[in-house]
Ligand binder design. Structure first.
Ligand code: BGC
Length: 246
């Protein structure tokens, strides 16, 4: 069965129908640039543009880069503040004329990785962390998601951790892989102290370059592996989340 998945990111909004049996895109995805500022109405227009490319009608799952509870977006660290306390499910559902499910982007990526990727079959405590414009987190206990953990906003050396250890920080401060890996190591060590996971899954676009930094990370007890679904984890996880909503 197919369900449509859309991933709202800092630079692009991308989507495709997802084959839920295979955990993969059923057709090549379509991407449009995220408007700046990323206001609710501007983003809703882009989501509509992506979905309409496929002549889709049916369930749609949509990721959002902030806290989402019951379809309401609660925070907006890297998008327009107009999203705070907005009924995103109603806004996007009305714009599309279809039933939508809205989930946090890292939670969606985690859901996909735990079924089809690096976390498949893994029990115990598993933490997926996405490194990009911000740092997203998805916490699983015996395969069950505890949503909206927001571990990117832990305080590290007096700073919001994502300001210090995201790939945006790497780019903005022009950090070498070694220097950035050192920051990621400090961050993981702090998260490990709090949660003692058995496994860290490193997601986000940078997971494609895992060999540049994961081998440089030392002193962490948990196993550290790159995510496997790469760019499509959010789209696949969004569709999976929409499928479990009645
Ligand atoms: C947001 C999270 C999001 C992460 C990755 C953070 O700034 O607070 O909700 O998962 O960025 O996009």
């Amino acid at each position: 069965m197919n369900v449509f998945g859309v991933d709202i990111g800092g630079s692009g909004i991308k989507g495709a129908p997802v084959d839920l049996e295979r955990g993969d895109l059923a057709e090549p995805r379509h991407k449009v640039l995220t408007p700046h500022p990323a206001t609710p109405d501007g983003v809703a227009d882009c989501v509509h543009e992506v979905v309409s490319q496929f002549g889709w009608s049916g369930k749609v799952g949509i990721t959002f880069p902030g806290v989402v509870t019951g379809g309401i977006t609660r925070t907006a660290a890297n998008v327009d503040k107009g999203w705070i306390d907005r009924d995103a499910r109603a806004l996007l559902g009305d714009r599309l004329g279809m039933p939508v499910t809205v989930v946090n982007d890292a939670d969606a990526a985690g859901i996909a990785e735990m079924t089809f990727g690096a976390g498949a079959g893994r029990k115990g405590t598993v933490l997926l962390l996405t490194f990009g414009t911000g740092i997203g987190s998805a916490l699983f206990r015996d395969g069950r998601l505890i949503p909206n953990t927001e571990l990117g906003h832990l305080e590290l050396n007096g700073h919001d951790a994502e300001k210090h250890a995201s790939t945006r920080a790497k780019d903005d401060e022009d950090l070498s892989w070694e220097h950035w890996a050192n920051r990621v190591q400090k961050y993981l060590s702090h998260v490990e102290m709090l949660f003692s996971p058995e496994l860290f899954i490193i997601g986000g676009g940078v997971s494609r370059k895992a060999e540049r930094f994961i081998p440089r990370i030392e002193g962490i007890r948990a196993e550290i592996v790159p995510a496997q679904l790469l760019n499509n984890a959010g789209i696949v996880g969004a569709a999976m989340a929409a499928n479990t909503q009645s």
